[in-house]
Design a protein around this ligand. Structure first.
Ligand SMILES: *Cc1c(COP(=O)(O)O)cnc(C)c1O
Length: 193
């Protein structure tokens, strides 16, 4: 059917092996967070924290709100989920200081949207990929706003010549229709199968 054809096309053009369609960006983020949680649950690892960045926006569902620190969005909804560690953007040292054995994933917008169209440097994205590889951490990109051609590539991670393990996409992918998707590798999605 049409969904399958589109999913296969997305896999062909990206890092992904698996696609889960949603109605919004926030749901694609929720799906990605569950991919992370289920992966480390399956592996029986006590990896429970997810690194996010100052200036980030990941949507308005409860977990997505918890992942960011802007009171404009979260005021009135506290206490939020406690598994997120919000750290400075584009800062290698802050990242080094904040990762540990309990770090499950790093969630980042390669280009912050609501934060003011602030790109992560390509060096920082490469560094994050390297940190994830060396420390057994999943890299989860939020390309809800930066994706689907808006940076000049299909997904903006391509500029840094890196590949994520999980990616949330929406907005541009639907051209106005409520459509999003969570993309993942076979390995990262093992807990969801
Ligand atoms: C808009 C946005 C979301 C949430 O998407 P919705 O479709 O509004 O739920 C998540 N992340 C980023 C980076 C966004 O810009």
């Amino acid at each position: 059917n049409t969904q399958e054809i589109f999913a296969k096309e997305l896999c062909k053009k990206t890092f992904a092996d698996k696609v889960f369609f949603t109605n919004s960006g926030a749901e694609a983020i929720e799906c990605g967070l569950k991919v992370v949680k289920s992966y480390w649950n399956l592996k029986n690892k006590n990896k429970k924290n997810i690194i996010t960045f100052k200036g980030a926006f990941h949507g308005r569902t409860f977990a997505a709100l918890s992942a960011q620190k802007n009171k404009k969005y979260s005021e009135g909804f506290t206490p939020l989920l406690s598994c997120f560690r919000n750290i400075p953007f584009n800062d290698d040292q802050a990242l080094n200081k904040n990762i540990n054995k309990e770090t499950a994933a790093i969630l980042i917008e390669p280009i912050q949207g609501e934060g003011g169209i602030k790109p992560a440097t390509l060096q920082f994205l490469k560094y994050i990929r390297d940190v994830c590889d060396k420390n057994n951490i999943l890299l989860f990109l939020d390309e809800v706003q930066s994706g689907f051609g808006r940076s000049g590539k299909l997904y903006s991670y391509e500029w840094a010549k890196i590949k994520p393990d999980i990616l949330a996409t929406a907005k541009g992918i639907g051209s106005g229709f409520p459509l999003g998707a969570c993309l993942a590798t076979t390995e990262a999605s093992r807990g969801m199968i």
